[in-house]
Design a protein around this ligand. Structure first.
Ligand SMILES: Cc1cc2nc3c(=O)[nH]c(=O)nc-3n(C[C@H](O)[C@H](O)[C@H](O)COP(=O)(O)OP(=O)(O)OC[C@H]3O[C@@H](n4cnc5c(N)ncnc54)[C@H](O)[C@@H]3O)c2cc1C
Length: 160
């Protein structure tokens, strides 16, 4: 099963945000994996560059565009920290499959290269919350991002 439960968090990442590369000041992860949704009718992959690949159950592949070539295409999307912070949470964070995302956004963020970043961000945020005697929703985002950077995470320049 690709998708199960999601926590209700301070922000729900939407497919529109993901596919437009919406910038978030509390970004803790960056991804490029397409929206990849499987169903009984086959698999549809929507890429950030506007292409769409449809794979029928028998394996037949077709390509089309879901967005005009004239529209700007983001190089990556961002995952905000708020998608990991359950509403009213004092001392719990979610990461990976449990993050708050709609079905379309989850079709992209669910892959392991993104789950890894969420796990690192949640663990780092938990450590900062303990260090500063804060609830997880009050973690200082600038300190969280600089700690992730110091740990080797990659932040595109525009995101910091
Ligand atoms: C069929 C399939 C193919 C996929 N292919 C790819 C791929 O090619 N590349 C890619 O990047 N991603 C792929 N994914 C997506 C990716 O694997 C998952 O989204 C990702 O593993 C989710 O990570 P997670 O840590 O959030 O959850 P999980 O990997 O589901 O880990 C949760 C863990 O918690 C354990 N657990 C649950 N309840 C409890 C409990 N009460 N107590 C203790 N432990 C518990 C579970 O046993 C599990 O080990 C695929 C997913 C599926 C289903």
């Amino acid at each position: 099963m690709r998708e199960t439960w999601h926590a209700h968090c301070l922000h729900r990442l939407t497919g529109a945000e993901l596919l437009s590369g919406a910038p978030f000041t509390d970004a803790v992860g960056h991804g490029t994996y397409p929206v990849d949704i499987h169903s009984a009718e086959g698999t549809v992959l929507r890429y950030l560059d506007g292409r769409e690949e449809v794979i029928k159950p028998g394996g037949e592949k077709t390509w089309q565009r879901w967005r005009s070539e004239d529209d700007p295409a983001p190089a990556y999307y961002q995952i905000p920290y708020r998608c990991l912070v359950p509403r009213h949470a004092q001392n719990v964070l979610v990461a990976g499959r449990l993050l708050d995302a709609d079905r379309e956004a989850f079709g992209g963020v669910r892959v392991m290269v993104n789950c890894n970043q969420m796990g690192e961000a949640a663990g780092t945020a938990a450590a900062l919350a303990v260090r500063h005697h804060q609830i997880v929703a009050a973690v200082n985002i600038a300190e969280l991002q600089s700690t992730l950077l110091a740990g080797g995470s990659i932040f595109p320049k525009a995101a910091t």
